[in-house]
Design a protein around this ligand. Structure first.
Ligand code: ADP
Ligand code: MG
Length: 317
């Protein structure tokens, strides 16, 4: 088996901001990216897949709001499990098809998978991650009084629910992932950052939080001792001066340079920030290289031929 790479597909790239978010649209995007993933497998690359779910969970939370008087709202851990299943089955169908076309008979297994966070993670009592629909300040006040959730102002569009984003500590289904891999399966795991769980009094329970999928992907890559981590999103790579006249796409960068850029605030919290953080953590912990780039060019990004590559040492030294 060739190099092991953990590949993370962005939730926004599967369901783009300007799109309808419809099932056919997300299916088309997944089929297109899985074709490139199949090419990588055909080349002998050993892959584990994961994916984001921001827009998809957002859609479920909107349904929660609109149907709250008809059916009980589902908690966030259920939302994550739900999106792992839907994105997972579509990706599995697409990847199995493209593999069969290439004469490869390997099972693809989407795993409903959980990630443990620390029960005393300070993030659990300080919700920062905006999710779900926008409300007016009055609506947010009314909701807070009835559902007890935390809401915060989010710029001109109004207020949103804020949920904790704790740090992922342990992939709870790692043994199952290893077992499946040992039998030749291509596994899709830790989708949407994994279902967030804490251990209390010797029991695991799901919590109302979302784990950053980029950090969960880096954790999984580390746990599996992968050679590479690839984070596929909706931009061509990591830019310095993003959105300014001096925007400059980075090609190959060493860890120290990337961390210095992050410290200067080049990468936005909640979007590129966690990707760069995840990539740097993976490389710092001994990973050979991390790449960040466009889902449209998945194959080239995973091979390090497009997008931004982060390596441990100075590439020119
Ligand atoms: P995903 O669903 O793949 O996690 P995100 O929206 O979280 O996607 O992150 C990708 C987004 O990060 C891009 O669409 C871009 O707008 C934003 N971004 C913020 N800072 C940068 C940067 N310095 N370079 C590139 N993209 C950036
Ligand atoms: Mg994101």
């Amino acid at each position: 088996m060739g190099e092991l790479v953990v590949v993370a597909l962005g939730g926004n790239a599967i369901s783009p901001a300007g799109g309808t978010g419809s099932a056919p649209e997300q299916t088309r995007n997944l089929w297109a990216s899985m074709e490139q993933v199949a090419d990588l497998v055909a080349e002998g690359m050993d892959l584990v897949l994961t994916h984001g779910n921001g827009p998809q969970v957002g859609a479920i939370l909107i349904k929660n709001e609109m149907a709250r008087d008809v059916v009980p709202a589902v908690p966030l851990d259920w939302c994550v499990a739900n999106t792992q299943a839907t994105i997972g089955f579509v990706a599995t169908t697409a990847l199995s098809h493209h593999l069969r076309e290439r004469g490869i008979a390997r099972p693809v297994v989407p795993l409903v998978s959980r990630v443990r966070v620390d029960v005393d993670d300070p993030a659990l009592t300080a919700p920062t991650k905006p999710v779900g629909p926008w409300f007016s300040e009055d609506e947010a006040d009314t909701r807070r009084a009835t559902d007890g959730h935390v809401y915060g102002p989010q710029g001109e569009r109004g207020w949103r629910r804020l949920v904790p984003s704790p740090h992922p500590r342990e992939s709870l289904d790692l043994d199952a992932i290893r077992l499946l891999r040992d039998h030749g399966a291509i596994v899709i795991a830790n989708g949407g950052g994994g279902i967030p769980m804490v251990e209390r009094d010797g029991r695991l329970e799901g919590i109302e939080a979302v784990i950053d999928k980029d950090l969960a992907a880096a954790l999984l890559a580390h746990e599996l001792e992968a050679d590479g981590l690839s984070i596929l999103t909706d931009v061509e790579g990591v830019a310095i001066g993003f959105g300014t006249a001096d925007q400059d796409w980075l090609r190959e960068v060493d860890l120290a340079t990337m961390r210095a850029a992050a410290d200067r605030g080049e990468f936005r919290a909640g979007s590129m920030g966690p990707k760069v953080d995840a990539a740097c953590r993976f490389v710092a912990a001994g990973g050979t290289r991390a790449t960040i780039g466009s889902l449209d060019r998945a194959g080239e990004v995973v091979r390090g031929r497009a997008g931004t590559t982060i390596v441990a040492g100075d590439p020119d030294a």
